[in-house]
Design a binder for this molecule. Structure first.
Ligand SMILES: [Zn+2]
Ligand SMILES: [Zn+2]
Length: 268
């Protein structure tokens, strides 16, 4: 089985002590593809380093809505430089998060739009983060996103069915996390995934966050190996063969990030 974790943060401090081991555990679990997602300039740089070192790992660069308070034009210039590495396959994660409000709304919006423009100029697929923006994310997307010819994913989807349909109409992919495996918190998501066309969904861990069941019971920190639990829960919910579903999701992820397997000729 070949599984793609379409969104993880192996570039965070949580893996400082055991990064090679975490990647090896992922490979043993059949997780042969991992997208390491940037959230600040430093962590985007770390993502590029990891992707350059470990085969099967790819990187994205971007400033997360939480971190936009410290974003500047200089940050964007640095990210643009990083984006030249061929392991960089996407721009993100960018978007709006009005749940935690770590950065003011207008600051989040300003850098969301600026980064949309950057990704557009570089022709990179987009990784979106949206939480509790009350429709504002969709408004800005409608006004500033290139539409059908562009590629993008709304990661850790947590919106309504109407929002989901709007994203699908824009040609976006829907990212499904381990929330799917959680008894009460995942019930709405389990109902919604049935409405997502099979060729538009991808799975992710968002590790080190959102540890799925059953791993949640014994381990606090999430890691890419555990995306297998998201796959099996999704297969159960959709009543599909896990093997076949893994292949479909792998192909979707490669299409989304424009990854061709032949690119993979690194050492580790
Ligand atoms: Zn996110
Ligand atoms: Zn993330």
């Amino acid at each position: 089985m070949k599984i793609f974790d379409s969104h993880c943060h192996l570039n965070l401090d949580s893996y400082r002590k055991d990064l090679p081991e975490a990647i090896e555990r992922a490979r043993q679990a059949g997780v042969k593809g991992m997208m390491v997602v940037g959230i600040t300039v430093d962590e985007s740089r770390a993502a590029v380093e990891i992707a350059s070192r470990f085969s099967g790992c790819y990187a994205s660069v971007g400033v997360h809505p939480h971190d936009t308070a410290s974003c500047s034009e200089e940050s964007l210039t640095a990210l643009k430089e990083l984006a030249k590495f061929r392991v960089v396959k996407a721009w993100g994660e960018i978007g709006l998060d009005f749940n935690r409000m770590y950065s003011p709304k207008n600051t989040q919006e300003k850098w969301f739009i600026r980064q949309l423009e950057m990704a557009d100029a570089l022709d990179l697929p987009l990784i979106f983060h949206e939480r509790d923006s009350g429709g504002r994310f969709l408004e800005l997307l409608t006004a500033h996103y290139g539409g059908n010819q562009r590629l993008g994913v709304v990661h850790c989807f947590s919106g309504s069915i109407d929002e989901m349909e709007a994203y699908l109409n824009m040609g976006l992919y829907i990212g499904i996390t381990g929330i799917l495996t959680i008894q009460s918190r995942g019930s709405q998501l389990r109902a919604l995934v049935k409405q997502v066309p099979l060729n538009r969904m991808v799975i992710e861990t968002d590790a080190p966050f959102l540890t799925p069941n059953p791993e949640k019971n014994r381990i606090r920190r999430n890691e890419p190996a555990f995306v297998k639990s998201v796959l099996f829960k999704l297969a159960e919910v959709l009543d599909h063969d896990p093997q076949h579903l893994a292949k479909t999701l792998w192909d979707n992820t490669c299409r989304l990030y424009r990854i061709t397997d032949t690119l993979n000729n690194k050492q580790a």
